[in-house]
Design a protein around this ligand. Sequence first.
Ligand code: HEC
Length: 277
Amino acid sequence: MKIIATALSVLLVAATPFAAQATPDDDLKAFRAYFTNKFPNVPQNDFINGVYALDAASREQWEEFEEFPSYEIAVDNGEGKFHTAFANGKSYADCFPNYKQGIKQNYPYFDTDKGKVVTLEGAINKCRTDNGEKKLKWKKGEITEISAYLASLSRGQIINIKVPNDAKAIAAYNRGKKHFWSKRGQLNMACADCHYYYSGSKIRADILSTGFGQASGFPVYRNKWAGMGTIQRRYAGCNKQVRAKPFKAQSDEYNALEYYHTYMSNGLEINGPSQRK
Ligand code: HEC
């Protein structure tokens, strides 16, 4: 009897998404399978389109937006700025030599020398400070123009986040995972409550998108913002929805979350920038 109970509890641990010993790859397989089983009619790569993959009426509206997308100006501005020389004569192109092939699908990555997660926005600002320029604001404005341009060059590329076999990298991944699955705020809800368990359900006027694929479309032009925003701008908004205090953009906490959250979209295409309501 005792043996059976132990065997059962082992099984239970293995079945919960937050099993401590699972590798990132195990996590991804379980995460993906959950959504593909839950939404058998959604073609796998369509999960990159957030709620528009789940709801036909919202999708119709969105397809109209996408005919003349509001992010196009950001992409054009970003292209111009990307190729404009800094005061020292260098430009972003010097920092991102492979930009033409698309680089967004590899961000965030873990820099094992520095022991930290590097987001695309982090790399953009590092490029600036390395070249004697001031940092841009993190969540909106010019930084999203540069990242919108870079995302546009990565469209159709496959998200390919790696967690190297390095204690700090694994710790960062697990920190992000913990954020995603932990309840927080006065409403005591986790990202996973809304974007895993209740994905596809309605919350007030919104249908909840799936955590699988969410990282694909950023930066986004959001009608509600009347402008562009990074994925971390959205994290802050979602933390506030449950009345939790948001973390700072590019804090270790959000970078870890972005690392885990983007890993959970590995294998899907980049579709940034996108438009959202
Ligand atoms: C109380 C429910 C709730 C919680 C908890 C929540 N969100 Fe959201 N989130 C929403 C709603 C509503 C939207 C808008 C509809 C949609 O796209 O899902 C949204 C949208 C998003 C989007 C944009 C998706 C897209 O396709 O543009 C991302 C990314 C996101 N949430 C991430 C998170 C993360 C990460 C957490 C945890 C820090 C979180 N959310 C917690 C309700 C929630």
